[in-house]
Design a protein. Structure first.
Length: 259
């Protein structure tokens, strides 16, 4: 009788021990997966620290509640062949593109208002970037997305970019790719501006390493620590290959852009 009882005890206790052990093992693996020290824990982002970096011709900003409003005349603070020849900033093209050709446009004063969230957050439903202004650089020049007029590739249009890699659409000057004047001035790893969802744009270098498209997500960004955000923030990078500045849309919820 004692032998039978002992056998039954082993019979029913062994599966229970195995189940508990398996549960504990799975729990341990989950804890290890969440222990990624490279991923910043802070997600309540606040872009206030970089607002003082915005300075340009005809550029102002103001904070109202959880929104920052920029008003820009969209005038580059650097030389270009697209300035009128009578302007002190006029300079004939002296860049490195042997196929450069000037487009018919010219630099003209605009009146563009961005209302951008001061506390950007990931959007549940990501929206495509529109044609036209999708963000603002730190000198007040607007960012456009990776497409030429009509949604075409930039392959041909890129040959009209001036020595600082901007050009006008009619009279609206803008950057599609790296704003060379800003990276020359502040560095390849510098803060360059904001997209209208409030997330910052940085150059093509991070931690002394060149960022490529393979380092970034579908929206052309990632989460990481920057000089301006030591606790980490989602941010975009400009790279040397298409889509250059932005990928499949805004990572966050875009504010408004009016003219």
């Amino acid at each position: 009788m004692n032998t039978i009882k002992k056998s039954n005890l082993i019979k029913y206790a062994l599966p229970l021990v195995m189940t508990v052990s398996l549960f504990y093992a799975c729990g341990s693996d989950d804890n290890n997966d969440n222990g990624d020290t490279d991923a910043p824990a802070v997600t309540n982002y606040d872009i206030t620290p970089i607002l003082s970096k915005f300075e340009g011709t005809g550029l102002t900003y103001s904070v109202n509640g959880n929104t920052v409003t920029f008003i820009t005349k969209d005038l580059p603070n650097h030389k270009s062949p697209y300035w009128d020849t009578s302007n002190a900033l006029y300079e004939a093209y002296n860049g490195t593109n042997p196929d450069w050709r000037q487009n018919p446009g010219s630099i003209g004063e605009q009146n563009i208002t961005f209302s951008i969230p001061l506390n950007p957050a990931e959007a549940s439903n990501k929206a495509e970037t529109p044609m036209g202004a999708i963000g603002i650089s730190r000198n007040g020049v607007v960012f456009f997305n990776q497409y030429a007029a009509g949604g075409a590739s930039l392959t041909n249009e890129i040959n009209s970019f001036d020595q600082y890699l901007g050009h006008p659409a009619n009279t609206q000057y803008h950057y599609h790719i790296k704003p060379k004047f800003l990276t020359d001035t502040y560095g390849e790893d510098a803060f360059l501006g904001l997209l209208s969802d409030g997330f910052p744009v940085y150059g093509s270098s991070e931690n002394s390493t060149t960022i490529t498209n393979t380092d970034l997500d579908d929206f052309h960004g990632h989460v990481g620590v920057t000089t301006d955000f030591p606790n980490g923030i989602y941010h975009y990078h400009i790279t040397s290959e298409a889509p250059y500045l932005n990928g499949n849309g805004f990572y966050g919820t875009a504010g408004t852009v009016t003219r």
